[in-house]
Design a protein around this ligand. Structure first.
Ligand SMILES: Nc1nc2c(ncn2[C@@H]2O[C@H](COP(=O)(O)OP(=O)(O)OP(=O)(O)O)[C@@H](O)[C@H]2O)c(=O)[nH]1
Length: 148
């Protein structure tokens, strides 16, 4: 991930006790229900968060140290609430993010169409050199798939 957005720290110890060389702040954005929290829990803990849908309130984060080209990189991944009413809270976190993952649900055309609105917000609040990645989520849902 190459970004000219501000980089945080180097050669430090994470709260879990793992050493790392670099820190990157990553944010998950997208409509409510597209699966941002599940995606993060799956990436962090390797488990699918099943059960009733609990919408994120405001914003939350988890850290994960990964090795890239021999360097230990601490990813500080922020899980934002997709609901409109929390938008003003989450805007404040965009500015120092190095990467933004824009998620949509492949079974929801609306969530895909709304990516345009998410990009408008990104251009307004994020660093101009931020890395942006578009992710179609819920690929294993076969019953309803309007987006191929
Ligand atoms: N089948 C399937 N369901 C998923 C997947 N990812 C998420 N879900 C379900 O989709 C619903 C919403 O998931 P969340 O991860 O809470 O969605 P979110 O984007 O974080 O929602 P907000 O917190 O409101 O922004 C939950 O009921 C999940 O179980 C997936 O990959 N496959």
């Amino acid at each position: 991930m190459e970004s000219r957005a501000p980089r945080l720290t180097c050669n430090s110890l994470s709260r879990s006790g793992a050493f790392y060389d670099l820190t990157y702040k990553v944010m998950l954005l997208g409509d409510s229900g597209v699966g941002k929290t599940c995606f993060l829990v799956q990436f962090k803990d390797g488990a699918f968060l099943s059960g009733a849908f609990l919408a994120t309130v405001g914003i939350d984060f988890r850290n994960k140290v990964v090795t890239v080209d021999g360097l230990k990189v601490k990813l500080q991944i922020w899980d934002t609430a997709g609901q409109e009413r929390f938008r003003s809270v989450t805007h404040a976190y965009y500015r120092d993010a190095q990467a933004l993952l824009l998620l949509y649900d492949i079974t929801s055309k609306t969530s895909f169409d709304n990516i345009r609105a998410w990009l408008t917000e990104v251009h307004e609040y994020a660093h101009k050199d931020v890395v942006i990645m578009l992710l179609g989520n819920k690929v294993f849902v076969t019953s309803c798939r309007p987006l191929q």
